[in-house]
Design a protein around this ligand. Sequence first.
Ligand code: A3P
Length: 302
Amino acid sequence: MASDESETLVQEIDGEYQHGKAAFVKGVRMPHVFAYQTGFKDFLENFETRQDDVFIIGFPRSGTTWLQEITWQIFNDGAISKEPIGHRVQFFDEAKFPHTTQPDITTRPSPRLMKTHLPFHAVPKGTSDASRCKYIYVARTPHDVVVSYYLFDLKMAPLTGYSGPFEYFADMFIKGTTYWGSWTEHVLDSWKHKDDANVLFLTYEDLKENLPSQIRLIAKFVGKSLTEETMERIAKQCTFNEMKKNASAYWMMTRDGELPNYLRRGQIGGWKDSFTPELTARFESEVLSKLEGTGLQFGSGQ
Ligand code: A3P
């Protein structure tokens, strides 16, 4: 793996298939379209956080778009918007993507809501009280993540280049060589900080199983006082079906056109349709085993 400093363009040619091209930033394997010679590394190093910034963090396909919408509605008293989600809660990692249509994050008025797939250690941190901001992390059962990620990447192939079979993608996921690296390292990096006052650690499964209670938690965490009625309304507006109705808001916009909708199936346990018994066993021994003793639990039962 490349070191922090090298920021080399790495073309992965593992066997017959390749997962696009990657550029390493702070040791994180990012799509080269975002991070190779785009200025992202400098942007990341020099980014100045503000006390009222909120970062939504999660490994790709863990429910980050969902949290973007929930958090935006919490900040906007349950309003609904047709404006693309990336314009309201910006995708930080795409800040220097040459074809982005997102507004400039650095000049945005506060409070800035941002989403990133970077692991916690690489996300900008304030060092003084005036710049110490908040982080909401979302983790999801890795089996569902890998299936969702694979199907998403197939559709994103024009941008990021992966078009191989699922088995090969799952193998890369287990080895931590898909974009944004190892799932286990990603979740454990945030899990270590779950008790920090400025970190809220959530799971996709809890959001699915009890959205109103998670909305109350998030509102309290970000210091928004909303009526019960508003929070109940946000919960109704952020179900999978309700968000799907507003599909225009969840397409990724680039100057070259539109890319796939972020909402696909929105269920827990759909992975069972795609996993062989061998892959389930590999996830037990090579992914879930790394969580043992940490207190963080995901299982093949989900
Ligand atoms: P599936 O592909 O399993 O459907 P991210 O936004 O982090 O990339 O995560 C995408 C996953 O979150 C997709 O999973 C998507 O359908 C799911 N998702 C988005 N909004 C959701 C919602 N309101 N309820 C449940 N799942 C949602």
